[in-house]
Design a protein. Structure first.
Length: 233
């Protein structure tokens, strides 16, 4: 029996929405980089400097990417407006990035990885997982869409504090031609500029399942008597 991809639910226009470069030398519209001022001698100066960093980071995302922020510490990016985010365990995410699958911008925050996808992708995730026959499995693959928020990585790059959000595949300049965010265009679709959301979800689910099985094996090996056979479907 021929299988067809479920059509997208009414999602906003997911056409190309080039995004900005998050390299170490931000564009001047965001104003002078205040990071040096955040390490002054007095507590009041340090607080004022930290506030300046927050304002500068929010301006950078708003001016250079056109993304809506909550400009308080930590700066958060609002999802469901310019993009949605697929979230998965960092271990599975790193394995995904080694696969020949196209993605949009990718960020890492602690033990979770975020894959930016076209607006509406979060609503499509449950149906796609069911269609790809991943629905009954607890994959720890989730999505953040309309009304959600994610912590904004520093535009300056670098590791930052432990667990801080960082870009692994940073956004591209808004004025530059580049791949759009992954969108639902049909299984195996290679038309247009957008990476295919179906391929991305399937690859992400596969790596999440592999991590799940790996952890289950490790737990059984730790708790099981020596020589007891293990079975996995």
């Amino acid at each position: 029996m021929a299988v067809t991809v479920p059509p997208p639910r009414s999602s906003p226009d997911a056409g190309p929405d080039p995004v900005a470069d998050a390299g170490p030398d931000p564009v001047v519209d965001a104003g002078p980089d205040p990071v040096a001022g955040a390490v002054s001698g007095t507590v009041s100066e340090a607080v004022a400097g930290a506030d300046a960093v927050v304002r500068w980071t929010a301006r950078w995302y708003e001016h250079e990417l056109g993304w809506t922020t909550e400009g308080r510490a930590p700066v958060r990016l609002l999802t469901g407006l310019c993009f949605d985010v697929l979230e998965l365990p960092a271990e599975a995410g790193h394995a995904l990035l080694r696969r020949p699958v196209r993605t949009g911008p990718v960020l890492l925050a602690g033990g979770r990885m975020g894959l930016l996808v076209a607006t509406g992708g979060a609503d499509e995730l449950p149906g796609l997982l069911d269609w790809l026959e991943w629905g009954p499995i607890d994959l720890d693959l989730t999505a953040v869409g309309a009304g959600g928020r994610i912590t904004a990585p520093s535009p300056r790059g670098g590791a930052g504090s432990p667990g801080a959000a960082v870009w692994l595949r940073p956004p591209e300049p808004r004025c530059a031609a580049g791949p759009a965010l992954p969108a639902l265009a049909g299984f195996g679709s290679s038309g247009g500029d957008a990476p295919d959301l179906v391929r991305l979800v399937d690859a992400a689910a596969t790596e999440c399942h592999r991590v799940r099985l790996s952890h289950a094996r490790a737990g059984l090996l730790d708790d099981s008597p020596a020589g007891q056979p293990l079975a996995f479907s």
